[in-house]
Design a binder for this molecule. Structure first.
Ligand code: SF4
Ligand code: SF4
Length: 462
């Protein structure tokens, strides 16, 4: 009696064999390298915006206001009112250590005056450009010398690169003087509603992997790991595919599906097992940490000669056309909302509901750190409630991923007790808001810690 292999199996065998490298990657990815306690499971609301490709927006007739400052770096305008500029042309520069600014579309400079970046709390000097609708690029600007860590850091400043994961720290400063043994790429997007990094990883995985390989080569880094939560299977698959085809050994590892998995000390713990002590920099434990969108932007700059002139922004909530758009820096938030057909009374939340903030000024513009616009957030989130006294349930302690005691921190904040704040390690708080989220008494824990850091450490008055 002869046995026959069903045709269905023989037909699929070549495909199965072709997937073996992916299976090896999958095997590698199963284990995280380290564990952390605490955090919270949040309802993601990702399906509202993650199912359509990244869109572009029409720019004809728009006036863009491109901010010249990033943190402590302030570029000086190097264009004049009435001058025509092309997309990518330098409009603000300065000495070493300055993040340069670039035109995010072609058009004519109409003014140099203050603007309000969407997620900043201060007005900033900006170059205003009336878009001509042509979106005409200036000639590409690639590095002119062999790349070294120092020359790449300087080039990153000149190409306007800042961290796109939220903080907006100048990328060139992060690269300066670094000699890590491990590059960690943060693909976690643990904030509810936000899907900009998810779509970027799904659609542009090849470019991300090419940029990671470039960084590994310039810094002679032997270990590259990309961390993503398992609720992004298409992004994981796209990065696996791209990593398998790369000369550089890149591991794609899964992170815990808990907020805030992308917090820097937690990401380092998950992907390397190393502990980042409060107040220490990642370089001190031998790692370089970059957000996935920052790595993509670095690749665009070095490999294609394109400065950072746009970013992916999620539009979610009460809008007729939710999704992700490639928004030029400086585009009015109102224009993005109009394109997505926003509904409601104009209430907009910038970023995710955990770390973001309410839009303070309706004239605000998209900045390099604007990750998302959440329209009518109140309709999707639990209603705000008045605070009640602490019942000492310890839920905040269990939720804190940094092993702090938020109820004791709050007491120290209220009494402005500096020694107690130091003893309770206020400086270790990553302001994730997990404690506030779980507190049954609705105490303003995270907001108090944020304010205490500003008033006590930085001397800023509220
Ligand atoms: S969760 Fe809120 S009520 Fe419970 S101990 Fe912490 S601060 Fe007090
Ligand atoms: S906001 Fe600070 S204290 Fe609260 S859970 Fe996060 S790290 Fe802990």
């Amino acid at each position: 009696m002869t046995s026959t292999i069903p045709a269905r199996i023989t037909q699929q065998l070549p495909f199965a064999i072709s997937q073996l490298p992916l299976l090896r990657q999958l095997f590698n990815s199963v284990q995280q390298r380290g564990h952390w306690r605490g955090g919270v499971r949040l309802r993601g609301h990702k399906q509202l915006s993650n199912h359509t490709p990244i869109r572009s927006l029409p720019l004809a007739g728009q006036e863009l206001a491109i901010p010249l400052s990033h943190g402590r770096s302030s570029a000086q305008p190097c264009v004049q009112v009435g001058q025509r500029v092309c997309k990518g042309e330098v409009i603000g520069d300065g000495p070493a250590g300055t993040v340069w600014a670039h035109a995010s579309t072609s058009g004519v400079v109409t003014a140099i005056k203050e603007c309000c970046p969407a997620d900043g709390d201060q007005r900033q000097a900006a170059v205003y450009i009336a878009a001509d609708g042509l979106d005409e690029w200036a000639p590409a600007c690639r590095p002119t010398t062999v790349l070294t860590p120092a020359s790449l850091a300087a080039f990153a400043m000149q190409m306007g690169l800042v961290g796109l994961g939220g903080a907006g720290f100048p990328t060139g400063l992060k690269l300066q003087g670094a000699s890590p043994d491990t590059l960690l790429i943060n693909g976690a997007e643990c904030e509810p509603f936000l899907t900009c990094d998810d779509r970027l990883m799904r659609e542009r995985a090849g470019e991300i992997v090419a940029a990671a390989a470039l960084l590994a080569s310039v810094f002679a880094i032997g270990r590259v790991r990309i961390g993503i939560e398992p609720n992004k299977p298409q992004a994981i698959a796209a990065l696996w595919q791209a990593a398998v085809g790369s000369d550089c050994h890149i591991e794609v590892l899964t992170l815990p599906l808990r907020y805030p998995a992308g917090g820097q000390p937690l990401l380092i713990k998950s992907l390397t097992g190393r502990t980042l002590a409060p107040g220490k920099l990642p370089a001190e434990v031998g790692v370089m940490v970059l957000n996935v969108a920052t790595v993509y932007a670095l690749g665009r700059a070095v490999l294609h000669g394109r400065p950072l002139v746009s970013r992916i922004v999620t539009i979610s909530g009460a809008v007729a056309q939710p999704g992700n758009v490639e928004a030029p820096i400086g585009l009015p938030v109102a224009s993005v909302l109009a394109a997505a057909q926003a509904q409601g009374d104009g209430s907009v939340h910038i970023g995710g509901p955990m770390m973001g903030r309410k839009l303070a000024d309706a004239r605000a513009v998209i900045s390099k750190t604007t990750s998302g616009l959440l329209v009518q957030a109140e309709a999707f989130l639990p209603a705000a409630q008045a605070s009640r006294p602490c019942i000492r349930c310890n839920r905040c302690v269990d939720a804190c991923p940094m092993s702090l005691r938020p109820l004791h921190l709050l007491a120290a904040c209220q009494q402005q007790d500096r020694p107690a704040l130091q003893q309770e390690q206020l400086g270790a708080c990553i302001e994730c808001g997990a404690c506030s989220h779980v507190c049954p008494s609705k105490l303003p824990l995270r907001d108090s810690f944020r304010q205490a850091k500003r008033t006590i450490w930085l001397g800023v008055r509220s």
